[in-house]
Structure formats: C-alpha cells, structure tokens
Design a protein around this ligand. Sequence first.
Ligand code: SF4
Length: 385
Amino acid sequence: MGFRIAWHPGAVSILYPNGDVLALDLCGRPFAVFMDGRSYRRGLGGRILQIVRTITGRRGFEDVVGTEKVRLISRIFDRLTGSRINDLSSIDNGITKYKRFDRWLTERRLKSVTDLQRDALRYSEVYGRVGILPPDQYQSIVIQLTRGCAYNRCRFCRFYRGETYQVLDKRQLEEHIFSVSEYLGPALPVRNRIWLGEASVLGVEQDHLVGCVETVRNHLSGPARGGLAAFGDLIVSRKRSVKEYRDLCQAGLQRLYIGIESGCPEIRKALHKPLDDEMVLKTLNAMREGGISINPIFLLGAGGLAAEEQHVKGTADLLSRLEVRPGERVYLSPIVAGDDDGVELLGAGTRPLTPEQIDRQRSLLESLVPGEFRFATYDIRGFLY
Ligand code: SF4
C-alpha cells in the first residue's frame, strides 16, 4: 500500500490511503494525528487531546491519559517505522521525498515513548508551563517575557492563581530565547509567529518592554515576520500615550488581545474586573492610533441567565462603539455548565449556561452588532501548547 509524504517548514506529514494522517515536527514530536477515524492533537508538554463530537454535534475535547496515551504514541511510532519497510514502488509522490523521509526516520531526535517523555521534561524546564493562549496563537513561539498575571483577581480566571507576576531582565530574556530555540531545534519553523509573555506585557515598564520586543524580533527574525502578539490589560498597567504605543508597534508589537469580558459595567464589577466603558474605548483607540491591532475578548454566559439581557445588550453597544477594524477579531469565550466551579466563577447564586444557551446567546449577540464584525470562538478547553 502506498502512502504520501508532504514536507512543510519544520514538519512532515504522512498521508495513508485509508485516510490516516500523521503530522510530526522535524524533531519527531507528533502534533496532529488522524487515526482510526479519531482526531488528536499533542502539545509540546506532552498533553494529548482527542477532538470529539458530543451527542449534540458540538466539538469537544477529551484528554488522552495513562496507558491509553502510551499506547497511542507507541502506535504512532510503529506506524512510522512500518512506513519505512514499504518498497520504493509503493510511493505515490516521488522517490526523492521518500529518501528524505527515510533519512529523517533515522536521524530524528525523538523516536520512542521514553524520548517524548524526556522531551516533555525538557519543555517543563524551558517553560514551566504556558497558562493559556488565544486559539489563533497555539502555533506561536511563546517567549515568556512575563510570567503570571499582574492583576490576578478576576473571579472567573484561574490561570495564574497563586503565581507571582515576574518580568525577565534582558539577560534572562536572551537566555530564555536561546533555550527555546535550542529546544525547538529544526522544528522551530513550524511556529511562524511569536507570542510574548503571560498576562500582561503592558505591566512591563515602557523602555524595558520596547527593548525586549526589539530583542525578541532580532533573535527570532523569521517567526517575527509572522507577527508578534501578547495579552494586554486595562486594569493595573500604567496608561500609555499614543506615542508609547507607536514606539511599541515600531519595535515589533503588532497585536494585543484584551479581555473585556462584558459590555455591562455591573457584570464586569461582579466578575471583579471593574472597567469603565469610556476608559476602555479611549485606551483601545490609543493602541490602534499607535498602530497596534486589537482583538477584544468577551465571555459568553457572563452574569448567567439572570443578567443575559444586560450582558448581550451592553456588549453589543460597546462593540458598536468600538468599531472593530479590518484584521481585528472579536473573541467570544464560553463559560458553560459542566465547568466544575462555574457557580463560583460567575458569582454566588449564578449558574453557568448550558451549551444550547451559550449558542443562543452568541447568535443573539451576533444579530445585534453590525455585519462587518469577525467573531471567533475562544474555547479554553481546547487549549494546548
Ligand atoms: S487580568 Fe486576565 S489573566 Fe489576570 S486574572 Fe483577569 S482574566 Fe485572568
């Protein structure tokens, strides 16, 4: 039986006649697999998510753990090794590609379950862990200029609880960039953009931040061409002038993702994220004037069912005043029933919405804002790095 090979920057995919697909980076880390009718994604840290369809047809994610995970990885590597013994005549798309593939099978850094376990440990040394990324940034190179959250008090957020906000100095940043580059090795080109820090880079003093963005761009010039983005915040960071945002933009920062959560001030307050509408608009517009694009993030289900009307109307109003620009996207992040601590996350007595109610709320919101808005789902359950 033949199979096809497709080379990509920093990666290879093997496509089998029965529809199975294995995608691995050039170090040998599987990152996307379709096998036996099942779809999997694997993160650098070793976590594997199976993408499933729930009984209602929605996309869901299930962790693959324990012996099932070991079995899956073994099967992937067996399949790869099995691909080698096919004779050259079985290859559909060229002997040269096959020879390169055969050489890569021998030379790749990671060939076994144990190798991948060691690699995941190395990932922990380099990163500790990566808390969360927006869904369009899962393939970025993460450079942890900041760790933790400078605010850390939003009721619905558990990403950095108990962690102290830290900022790397220039020497630490250069060492970190070196470790990340070494860790990714020949797989680095798979990741064609850069994500800077945790929450948020705006907590970094201006001159240091400008210098760090330049340093990252200089050391990782290839992926930096794909864009450099980060989380921004509107609560604890010092407000910057348009010129300061322009300096950041000229240094290389292109996009900020800002969690606004709701267009209703009372709901934001209940979520422990007290923001003033006018300040939100003024600050986001100053960022844009400085040349930085904005991707605002709102929660679906904030305030629960009881406050749905205020949440949807307030958010639609704020979005209309925000006038999202070309290239900008509005992220909608659902809080759904089934989150084990959803009640506490939303405030005492407020129940999270069901998936059906979340879908309805999204449609309602979309129907209330002008057609040019680009909405995207930000489902934190699908996060993997
Ligand atoms: S500012 Fe962002 S990262 Fe920090 S606690 Fe709030 S939602 Fe979480």
